[in-house]
Design a protein around this ligand. Structure first.
Ligand code: G4P
Length: 544
């Protein structure tokens, strides 16, 4: 098959949601439809249940599941679909942010009872920044949730994206009858159906078809009224509006009951984008470029304590990847070959011979990869758009066994390269501050430093609340910052200057006193700071 055909077949996406909205259940149903699995219950949740530090092995065991399910590939309707898994626990949200850099679209699951939750807002911010096309599933329609119109209003207000329902529910909770497909004029009848995967769908001429009134009874009047309102309020759906990330088509369903999922999957196959061109330091790279290129977006520690191997997950962006062929590791300026590149499916690992744009492969790594690394056929560009965001919790690392300082140093570098946490240093590296998104990562770090590197340390809480990368074109622009806030200035792993702020107020003051410097909430993984998201706009007022 030609490379163009391989590319046109592929759809690489992630499902994102607040924990418990139904991501695992939906994943399982998609795999059932594709025939990739035969029975419900085959997909394990990668949710990390609340655990105490002493239960660390349990955390790792649960995290292990997410290696196995890192990329689920299946075929449906002649398409090769790569579903990139994201951790269910919010403390590993940064992993999810990075995974979003490797997909071409997302399906966002919202719980109809709980509406838009905090984690969903954060994930959606990343999608919006990247203009990733989003399809929304309002799940759990079998439960007494919020009225659909209210849910859509909430989605638009909190997620800052325009929506367009493609299906519309008749009733919800106890009175849920099913969903009407606005464009196909079909009605799918709801049945509580946990085992079979066929929806009961009937097609009608239009809303005035007497057959529809026959099956829906008095609910038809309400459906007509709702649809009139929807067609008046929401603009006509076009694939372009979806593909540009401006409008999210919305489906209503119940993943647990296998309801509305087939329609979602079919629309996804029809609409979702194929692998897109990607930006690099030397311009855009088209997926059908002759030469292979790709980047590492996730590194996962191998769970075998006897080996300190890791698996680096690489997204193929252009050309064809081949096993045992030499590729150029751009950052290290070194050629490497990979004898056993792998894909993972449920609990099995398969060595693959080749991979195409949109595919994700696992490369065994003994410490040569960092997040954001690029492999090429010799060219010297790096992929852009793999951001690091400000952590939310900061602690100072203090060594507890001074004879093991080298091991500690090495361990911290190793784990931060993996993206487990971010390291900020001061005083030529003697003062180390670790920043993370969730508390759990400190437990993970402590455990791994001890077991993999023989180093022990304590983490002392600090009152910082945000890390801002400081960008300036001339040292004099940060004179004030150096003079007054010297103790808040640190360096990140790439020696970029970072301002650790205690509060929004201290941030505002820093910006006011150093008006020419820019304070950024995110930067690229590979060295250069880029203006992905300016914390302040020109008038120095806080942005969202
Ligand atoms: P997550 O991966 O997003 O965290 O969510 P997950 O699929 O694990 O679903 C969370 C809970 O919500 C599960 O129940 C699941 O069965 C339930 N659920 C998912 N979709 C629907 C739906 O459409 N309707 C209803 N009523 N429930 C749904 P649980 O009790 O936490 O787990 P389990 O014992 O059922 O596995």
């Amino acid at each position: 098959m030609s490379i163009q055909k391989e590319i046109a077949k592929r759809k690489t996406f992630a499902i994102i949601s607040h924990p418990d909205a139904g991501k695992t259940t939906l994943t399982e149903k998609l795999l059932l439809y594709s025939g990739a699995i035969q029975i419900a219950g085959a997909v394990k949740s990668n949710k990390i249940k609340k655990t105490a530090a002493s239960d660390f092995l349990e955390i790792e065991k649960q995290r292990g599941i997410s290696v196995a399910t890192s990329v689920l590939s299946f075929e449906y309707d002649d398409k090769k679909i790569n579903l990139l898994d994201t951790p269910g626990h919010k403390d590993f949200a940064e992993d999810t942010y990075r995974t979003l850099t490797a997909v071409d679209s997302v399906i966002l699951v919202i719980d109809s009872v709980k509406g838009v939750e905090e984690q969903t807002e954060k994930l959606m911010n990343v999608c919006r920044m990247r203009k990733t096309p989003v399809i929304i599933l309002i799940n759990k329609m079998d439960r007494e949730g919020q009225p659909p119109v209210d849910l859509l209003d909430e989605v638009e207000a909190k997620l800052d994206i325009r929506v367009r329902p493609l299906t519309w529910p008749v009733g919800y909770g106890q009175s849920f009858k099913g969903v009407y497909n606005i464009y196909k004029h079909s009605f799918a009848f709801f049945t509580s159906n946990k085992t079979t995967i066929e929806d009961d769908i009937q097609t009608f001429k239009d809303l005035d078809d007497p057959a529809l009134a026959e099956v829906l009874g008095s609910s038809v009047a309400k459906l007509k009224e709702d649809l009139e309102l929807i067609n008046g309020v929401y603009e006509e759906f076009t694939p372009d509006l979806y593909l540009s990330g401006e409008v999210a088509p919305v489906f209503f369903g119940s993943a647990l009951n296998n309801f509305g999922i087939k329609e979602l999957l079919e629309t996804f196959c029809e609409l979702a984008p194929m692998p897109a061109p990607r930006e690099t330091t030397s311009g855009m790279i088209q997926p059908d470029a002759e030469k292979f290129s790709g980047f590492v977006f996730k590194i996962h520690a191998n769970l075998d304590p006897k080996h300190r191997d890791r698996i680096a997950f690489l997204r193929v962006c252009s050309g064809k990847f081949e096993r045992n062929k030499f590729y150029h590791h751009v950052r290290l300026n070194r050629d490497m070959k990979f004898p056993s590149p792998a894909t993972f499916m449920a609990s099995t690992k398969n060595v693959i011979d080749d991979a195409f744009p949109g595919d994700v492969i696992g490369l065994y790594d003994s410490g040569t990869f960092k997040i954001g690394d690029t492999l090429t056929e010799g060219e010297n560009f790096m992929f852009k758009g793999i951001p690091r965001f400000s952590p939310e919790i900061f602690r100072e690392v203090r060594i507890t066994d001074p004879f093991k300082s080298k091991q500690l140093e090495k361990g911290i570098r190793y784990l931060t390269d993996e993206g487990l946490a971010q390291l900020f240093t001061q005083n030529l590296g003697t003062k180390k501050v670790v920043g993370v998104v969730g508390e759990l990562q400190f437990d993970v770090m402590k455990f791994r430093l001890f077991h993999e590197f023989g180093a022990s340390c304590d983490f002392y809480p600090l009152s910082f609340h945000k890390a801002l990368w400081v960008k300036f074109s001339n040292e004099s622009e940060i004179d004030e910052l150096r003079r007054i806030r010297y103790n808040n200035l640190y360096f990140d792993k790439n020696n970029n200057l970072v301002y650790l702020a205690e509060s929004e107020f201290s941030l505002r003051m820093a910006q006011q006193n150093n008006p020419k410097a820019q304070f950024l909430t995110s930067v690229e993984h590979n060295d250069q700071t880029v203006e992905l998201e300016l914390f302040y706009n020109e008038s120095n007022s806080l942005q969202k």
